[in-house]
Design a protein around this ligand. Structure first.
Ligand code: SF4
Length: 215
């Protein structure tokens, strides 16, 4: 708190409103168009985002980098890949010399790329018909870590399977099963998935497993 102004909340509001501007526009009722981000993240989260959305908590400007680059279309417009009667729509952050580049924020030095980022990059390679790509992680200390990938068919088939599952479940109004992972701890639907009310006392998955939500 400085003077009469709470600068922390001003910055948070700015990050939230820029984040909303940068979000991919998704038509919640178009079950035949699935966005790549929806297919690679937890399908339950994607389902809630369309049917009963809750705003995500953004941590800082670093989290906005990828969205900014997509919005500015640095050599990459969104593109569709047809899967029977479903369209998978994806957008790379940047395409340079025929290589697809993704930028991601990292809290700490990454030892390997995150599985979701690999699925996203690999799917972009198929959607844009390219063979090589890279993910660049940028930490809050402005350090960069790069991982390269050559496209892989099996990995893309897994994304196609997830696209079909999400489209079917949206159509049938059935909530996807839980996909427990480290991502749950930052997910805006954590309480919906894991907090169980029992005899007026609340239990959560992290408590039962002895994990802290801050970990
Ligand atoms: S808390 Fe986990 S399982 Fe539930 S929607 Fe979020 S990521 Fe999916």
């Amino acid at each position: 708190m400085m003077g009469d102004k709470d600068y922390r909340s001003i910055i948070k509001n700015a990050i939230d409103s820029i984040g909303r501007e940068l979000e991919t526009e998704i038509d919640g009722n178009d079950f035949k168009t699935i966005h790549l981000q929806e297919a690679i993240q937890c399908l339950r989260r994607s389902y809630y985002d369309r049917t009963d959305a809750k705003e995500i908590e953004r941590r800082g400007f670093n989290d906005l980098l990828s969205g900014l680059l997509r919005k500015l279309e640095y050599g990459s417009e969104s593109k569709e890949f047809t899967i029977d009667d479903i369209k998978l729509r994806g957008q790379a952050d940047m395409i340079v010399d025929d290589a697809i580049i993704l930028f991601r924020a990292a809290q700490t030095t990454p030892e390997s790329p995150h599985a979701n980022d690999l699925l996203y990059l690999n799917a972009c390679l198929w959607i844009y018909d390219k063979t090589e790509g890279m993910i660049i992680y940028i930490t809050s200390d402005r350090e960069e870590f790069t991982f390269s990938l050559t496209r892989d068919k099996k990995m893309f088939e897994e994304v196609i399977r997830r696209v079909r599952v999400l489209s079917d479940l949206l159509n049938e109004r059935k909530t996807p099963i839980l996909e427990p992972s480290q991502n749950c701890l930052d997910c805006q639907y954590y309480q919906r998935c894991y907090i169980i009310k029992k005899n007026s006392k609340q239990f959560s998955l992290s408590e039962m497993l002895g994990l802290s939500k801050e970990n």
